[in-house]
Ligand binder design. Sequence first.
Ligand SMILES: C[S@@+](CC[C@H](N)C(=O)[O-])C[C@H]1O[C@@H](n2cnc3c(N)ncnc32)[C@H](O)[C@@H]1O
Length: 329
Amino acid sequence: MYATFIIRMAAPRKIALFCLPTIGEVIKLYNLRAEKQLSQNFLLDMRLTDKIVRQAGSLRDTHVCEVGPGPGGLTRSILSAGTADLLVVEKDNCFIPGLNLLSEAAPGKLRVVHGDILTYRMDRGFSKPNSTKTVPLDPPDLHIIGNLPFSVSTPLIIKWLENISNRTGPFVYGRTRLTLTFQKEVAERLTASTYLCAVTIPGRAFIPKPEVDVGVVHFTPLAQPQIKQPFKLVEKVVRNVFQFRSKHCHKGIEMLFPETERLELAEVMSPTELSIPDIRALADAYSRLCSENQGLLTYDFREELRLKHLNRRSGSSNTGNLWCPGGAG
Ligand SMILES: C[S@@+](CC[C@H](N)C(=O)[O-])C[C@H]1O[C@@H](n2cnc3c(N)ncnc32)[C@H](O)[C@@H]1O
């Protein structure tokens, strides 16, 4: 704790943020190394971390959860933006001492959690508003910000989309806003219809340099979903339709139904040409069919293929009780 000692000597009453060693010095001090297996790429340039933070809007007096703070570059920018309460969740133990040092420099403002954001109970991390019965129209003064490995940000956003629809996890507080980095191509696809991806950070800004550029995406959950069907159903329809992205839509739509029940569908569009109302119409139609045909919702064409393959090998003609049309279960 040599560095802490020096800083205390320089500022005996309080360690101020500006007295801290730079992020580069923190990395050297704690001998931090970016783990390739964990896709760790650090942002050391405060101008860039400030730019990401600006995408979140004003953070003055807000609550923020930062996911994957690592050596703390983005964390410093969030603190400098005037947040009242910052909770950081970091999986890798080696960053915790450096983050604790930062926490000492921002007394009462920075809470450090050593944990995995995929399992962390964010619904317990902040005090809840009094009534959770109705979603207030204004988003809460809580933001989530993160520069995560791409392997984590994609499953995480799918989990959070489900949380948004169920009002669980970070969304027990309301329409919590998210500002997250994604591989640039993913960021562009996520924002294709809204043109919200205003910031791109070139790969060369990261240490070590990843092979791709990075896009920052800001999300504000809608007050009302555009498709009023259960998340699982919508996710299934969208996943199936988009799995053959380069082909026509009918290919993916067919996979929503057991092989024997598939109808000839017109080859009209490619999945990327579908609008939200098109997906809504598909989800509504599929929901109607699922309510008329028990077991259709849980039908999985990959499972059917797997059983078929197994049966072929064992010489059996039984395709399993995956779905019986007409509601027989
Ligand atoms: C790409 S680095 C970014 C570090 C830092 N935010 C920056 O911008 O320099 C991603 C960070 O997320 C952390 N991380 C990876 N998976 C995580 C998880 N499941 N939960 C929490 N943190 C995670 C890594 O240990 C690493 O510190």
